[in-house]
Write a protein that binds this ligand. Structure first.
Ligand code: A3D
Length: 320
């Protein structure tokens, strides 16, 4: 059987890391596409040359031609520009919307059967625009954010409790950004919910609130440290987890930006929710009941995503 084909649209910091991870995990052959001449070719060759030491079998190719993504099983999109210190994700909307148009049209023509994972910010609005431009079925287009946000939350919790990250689960909802909703009552250490751990004296509510805030600001913390560009190791790892779930039909329960039409009372919007990812793409949305406070935070997040979608429609009349 031929190896799966993985197309990475954008060969910058995240794109290059995705290529290396996909090859090392032998998820399939990798095509790196970027408008910057030489960049995807250079990264593809460099990663291919790590193959003999690492011992993986995967072909890597860099390209400026969309025809080379033909037949891709998975497309992961990072094309666009990242944040600089002081910028919000929303400041990227205008420039990255134009990029989504070109990418969406390229995927529509050359890889219409792919499972598409968008990473470009502002995430929830860019996934929506990419789906509109590509015309692919909604269940085959989603956005990576929740896996990363919950990984950050899990990391901070494991430090607070001094336990393995493997035993910490976390649950986040809503748009990617300052309005994301970490749900503490569904986040656990070996099944024990965080509010119970507060009662047990493992931490205090104040410390937990500070961890939630650090999770919300997780991207900005790294942008501030790096001074140019944004996080790329953990974002790439998170998207690879989603791609693997699809390629291996793992039916993983992963939070991602998915199309909600009826779920969570929404009438057609991409927003971060728990999903089941398998060979059908986004096979199911897990529609949990929120309490009053959680609903308020979720509504706030939804409103902010809606505002960005409306802004996209104002910029590109074909989206209206
Ligand atoms: P960067 O290293 O700048 O790579 C982006 C690449 O896109 C560059 O190599 C560009 O040449 C390329 N590019 C620009 N326009 C096009 C185009 N029309 N077609 C193809 N390629 C193009 O950025 P990065 O890899 O660090 O980040 C990529 C995106 O991911 C940014 O928008 C970030 O804000 C976003 N990001 C999202 C998360 C989430 O959790 C959602 C986390 C981190 C970064």
């Amino acid at each position: 059987m031929a190896r799966p084909r993985i197309a990475l649209i954008g060969a910058g910091q995240i794109g290059g890391t995705l290529a290396h991870l996909a090859a090392m995990k032998e998820l399939g052959d990798v095509v790196l596409f970027d408008i910057a001449e030489g960049l995807p070719q250079g990264k593809a060759l460099d990663i291919a040359e790590s193959g003999p030491s690492e011992g993986f079998d995967a072909a890597l190719k860099g390209t400026q031609d969309y025809a080379d993504i033909a037949g891709a099983d998975v497309c992961i999109v990072t094309a666009g520009v990242p944040r600089k210190p002081g910028m919000s994700r929303d400041d990227l909307l205008g420039v990255n919307l134009k990029v989504m148009k070109a990418v969406g049209e390229g995927i529509k023509e050359h890889a219409p059967g792919a499972f598409v994972i968008c990473i470009t910010n502002p995430l929830d609005a860019m996934v929506w625009a990419l789906r509109e431009f590509s015309g692919l079925p909604h269940e085959k287009v989603c956005g990576m954010a929740g896996v990363l946000d919950s990984a950050r939350f899990r990391h901070f919790l494991s430090l607070e409790f001094n336990v393995s990250m493997k035993d910490v689960t976390a649950f986040v909802l809503g748009g990617h950004g300052d309005t994301m909703v970490p749900l503490t009552r569904y986040s656990t250490v070996a099944g024990i919910p965080l509010p119970d751990l507060v009662q047990m004296g493992w931490t205090t509510q104040d410390k937990l609130d500070a961890i939630v805030q650090r999770t919300r600001d997780g991207g900005a913390e790294i942008v501030g440290l790096l001074k140019s560009g944004s996080a790329y190791y953990a974002p790439a790892t998170s998207a690879i987890e989603m791609a693997e779930a699809y390629l291996k039909d793992q039916k993983r329960l992963l939070p991602c930006a998915a199309w909600c039409d009826g779920e969570y009372g929404l009438d057609g919007l991409y927003v971060g929710v728990p999903t089941v990812i398998g060979a059908g793409g986004i096979e199911r949305i897990v529609d949990i009941k929120l309490n009053k406070d959680e609903q308020k935070m979720f509504d706030n997040s939804v409103e902010s995503v809606r505002g960005l979608v409306t802004a996209c429609k104002g910029i590109d009349e074909t989206l209206a």
